[in-house]
Design a protein around this ligand. Structure first.
Ligand SMILES: [Zn+2]
Length: 424
């Protein structure tokens, strides 16, 4: 019976496409020869990596890895790394200074949004990000499911996608808002509350393709301008229990201390943003093993859209606070994911987050660990995120050494996904 499941058929179609493209490249394997290899944890000068089919076959000092039968690819001057993992993207959004979020949700055709998303996917891959955790379609229903399928079938180039589909919000708490209370405006995520409706919504989203569930644990709610917690602790526990039954985790948007506290105690695996975190909250995150995805680049971009001239004007208060809480999280030993909330700013500029993580106080090598092995561990992607025999041959080579100069991560020379060159 298993063979009749549509996914299995898609998979075999995908493999056929894949073997065709391999034959076109006329090689059974590659020996990649950079100056050095960052394996996701540490740097190794003079290492080479051998790729066979879609996997890493060997990695080690040049004299320990045979080149026999492989096409040698000279990557002089580069650092070879695992394909980067974007921790927080929205491929179905584009920068808010081009079109405000409300207008994207209410005025753009879904077909227009998907057409844009295919371009976003290509740009993301070419920037060296071979995986994205895409955290919500923001009003585009289940369009991330088809986008992911189109990439997996080889119809369009793009990163491997971990998706959450519509995301969950407490009724009345999300956006677009500011309309007459007499009309119902379509929302950027799915409203669901209480025992039965939440269980159904979680199961429905999983059934339609969600790899994880995203909730909004707080939001700027009603006529008040400030964020307030939405779901109760019991509701969050219920969502987590329902998702976990299927082996899936829960991601929480939370920017208030109380929203964060409920997300942590409720069993969410990551907290997104965390703007009003406190030393106590970060200690709680450390205790429960909850990771923080700080999305520094989103705040930086939005401040600039609001008129802040970076490099000329003094830094806005909001960003100074973000620097403080990021330092508090680091001091508490919280696991830090790398995820910028891409979509708020341009897809393909994902590395902006990595540069800001260094600017806000992290060591470059720790940032490179976050965007490779740590993101893979936190998102439970056990087949990638490191350069190690048997893992997927998702690889990126950049000019220079980003563990010393983080901006080198933007100097992408080569991208390989599943043993196939996406950029060379
Ligand atoms: Zn987001």
């Amino acid at each position: 019976m298993l063979l009749l499941v549509p996914d299995s058929i898609l998979l075999s179609v995908g493999q056929k496409n894949y073997s065709v493209s391999r034959r076109q490249q006329d090689a059974v394997g590659y020996l990649l020869r950079p100056d050095r290899v960052f394996d996701g944890e540490t740097m190794h000068e003079g290492w080479v990596v051998r790729v066979k089919d879609d996997k890493i076959e060997a990695a080690g000092p040049a004299n320990s890895v045979s080149a026999t039968g492989a096409t040698v690819v000279d990557l002089k001057g580069t650092t070879l790394m695992p394909g980067l993992i974007e921790g927080h993207s929205h491929l179905l959004l584009h920068p808010y200074n081009e079109t405000p979020w409300d207008d994207q949700v209410l005025k753009e055709a879904r077909s227009l949004r998907v057409a844009r998303a295919t371009v976003h996917a290509k740009k993301t891959l070419e920037a060296g990000f071979t995986t994205v955790r895409d955290l919500g379609t923001e009003g585009a229903d289940y369009d991330d499911v088809g986008l992911k399928q189109a990439i997996n079938k080889g119809i369009i180039p793009g990163p491997r996608m971990m998706i959450v589909t519509r995301a969950l919000i407490a009724t009345g708490s999300y956006a677009p808002k500011g309309f007459s209370p007499d009309i119902d405006v379509p929302q950027g995520a799915e409203e669901a509350d209480g025992h039965d409706a939440l269980i159904q919504a979680v199961r429905r989203q999983i059934g339609k393709g969600a790899d994880a569930i995203k909730i909004y644990a707080d939001y700027r709610w009603g006529l008040m301008a400030e964020s307030r917690p939405t779901y109760t602790l019991d509701e969050i526990k219920l969502i987590v229990e329902t998702a976990r039954s299927s082996g899936r985790g829960v991601v929480a948007h939370a920017s208030t201390a109380e929203g964060m506290r409920r997300a942590i105690l409720g069993g969410c695996e990551t907290v997104e943003h965390g703007d009003a975190g406190t030393p106590d909250i970060f200690a709680l995150m450390k205790q429960h093993g909850t990771a923080l995805c700080p999305t520094l680049a989103a705040g930086d971009a939005i401040s600039q859209y609001r008129g802040w001239k970076k490099g000329q004007d003094p830094e806005p208060e909001r960003l100074k606070q973000k620097r403080d809480i990021f330092k508090q999280a680091l001091a508490a030993g919280v696991t830090i994911c790398a995820g910028g909330d891409v979509g708020v700013f341009s897809h393909g500029d994902n590395a902006r987050e990595l540069l800001l993580m260094v600017d806000y106080g992290m060591k470059p090598i720790d940032v490179m660990r976050s965007v490779t092995s740590i993101n893979a561990d936190v998102f439970k992607l056990t087949d990638r995120g490191r350069i190690r025999p048997g893992l997927l041959a998702d690889l990126v080579a950049v000019q220079g050494d980003p563990t010393k100069t983080i901006a080198d991560v933007q100097r992408v020379q080569m991208v390989m996904k599943g043993g196939v060159f996406s950029k060379r």
